[in-house]
Design a protein around this ligand. Structure first.
Ligand code: PLP
Length: 393
């Protein structure tokens, strides 16, 4: 018997994270950006489901300046694991969080005077000079101080001896659509604030506004730094934005065939008998279901097996789905199936799954459940030279 944890039998359904592709995407993004523009890699929500720590380690090697995160726990996890790069918390902080942020050298966005005063006081208690970013709402109506009321808040930051105004930022409501009127209005509002600061000779090291859509389509808005999330993971924020050649999806979802059934004409498949075999059929059971984050579809979608499309039959269950392998006679027990990603000449894209789910690609990436273990591959490629593979393509 050898019941040690290295031998623990992994479930035959998993997400695969191709760290080599992540590295290449980072290189392509870095190469497309002017040298002076910094890259903030957005790794909130476990790097959109890809695993924040592994993503962060590679992003540091590929020249990311720092990381964008959402929750205190996300940021502390990276800090405690030894990531020393700046960690910028993008949302609003509760007062009780500020002490922890200062203690762990996490950078916060301040959007209102009370938080600012508390933060300055805590920084003084720690004997630290704390960098802050002021978030300006220019039309998104989410976090931030209104653009036409921002100056007094920024001046207060500058007046606090223990705070350093490191950044001033805004966020676009729509940057990846063909229609850029509102994005341009938001950027004009942001510029009003930046001009007012320049007139008052208030130095700001990092002015930033762009997410992936802005990085691709609003080069005049790059300023000092861009905050790129979804594009790092190889998914374009929309179908109409600029395409950066060579970018490839990092995540795939896979499962192994866990049962094979033969159906006679008239026999049915799954809960609710949603599929009736018109002729003799051979079907494979894949041990993955809506409990893993697969959309709850019926007779829609497919898996790739031996490089062929195997259509999904009947309704998907919590832990299983059935696909038609009549046309793939070589398919056997424990053969690998791809539910999202590429196999042979075929691909099921993140967008295909989003369509099945009637949602967006962001939601698909972040909603695979963790009981599908993440298996990372190609993590040990050398940082140098991998650009040549892209150029050769
Ligand atoms: C999530 C987020 C981003 C990254 O957006 P992508 O579209 O994934 O590039 C950038 N900035 C802020 C403030 C965000 O919340």
């Amino acid at each position: 018997m050898n019941l040690c944890s290295e031998n623990f039998p992994q479930r035959p359904a998993w997400t695969e994270i191709d760290l080599g592709k992540l590295r290449r995407n980072l290189q392509l993004i870095r190469r497309d950006l002017p040298r002076a523009v910094k890259l903030l890699a957005v790794v909130k929500d476990e790097a959109y489901g890809h695993g924040a720590l592994e993503v962060a380690r590679i992003a540091v090697e590929e020249g990311a300046w720092g990381f964008g995160l959402s929750t205190l726990e996300e940021a502390m996890t990276l800090r405690d694991a030894g990531i020393t790069a700046p960690l910028l918390l993008l949302g609003e902080r509760q007062e009780a969080e500020l002490e922890w942020c200062v203690a762990h050298n996490l950078t916060v966005c301040v959007n209102e005077p009370h938080t600012l005063r508390r933060l300055a006081k805590i920084a003084a208690d720690f004997g630290k000079q704390v960098p802050v970013h002021v978030k300006i709402h220019t039309g998104m109506s989410r976090y931030g101080v209104r653009w036409d009321e921002a100056l007094p808040l920024i001046e207060r930051v500058v007046a606090e001896k223990t705070l350093v105004l490191e950044g001033v930022m805004t966020h676009f409501s729509q940057s990846d659509e063909t229609e850029k009127t509102f994005a341009n209005l938001q950027f004009a509002r942001f510029n009003e604030v930046l001009h007012a600061l320049a007139e008052r000779k208030v130095p700001v090291k990092l002015r930033h506004s762009c997410n992936s859509g802005g990085f691709l389509d609003l080069p005049h808005a790059h300023l000092d730094m861009v905050r790129v999330g979804i594009l790092l993971y190889g998914v374009f924020p929309s179908q109409v934005c600029r395409q950066l050649p060579g970018i490839e999806p990092v995540m795939s979802v896979k499962a192994k065939i866990a049962a094979i059934q033969k159906l006679k004409p008239g026999e049915v498949v799954g809960y609710g008998m949603r599929y009736t075999a018109p002729t003799e059929r051979r079907i494979a059971v894949l041990p993955i279901g809506y409990g893993d984050g697969f959309p709850r579809v019926r007779n829609e979608g497919c898996a790739l097996i031996h490089g062929r499309r195997a259509p999904l039959l009947g309704g998907i269950a919590m832990d299983a789905l059935m696909v038609d392998i009549t046309e793939i006679p070589q398919a056997q027990m424990w053969d690998e199936a791809v539910l999202m990603g590429r196999q042979g000449d075929h691909e099921i894209t993140v967008r295909d799954i989003a369509t099945l789910k009637k949602s967006v690609t962001y939601d698909v990436l972040t909603n695979w459940r963790l009981r599908l273990r993440r298996k990372s591959v190609n993590g040990h490629q050398q940082p140098a030279n991998s650009m040549e593979t892209v150029a050769a393509k």
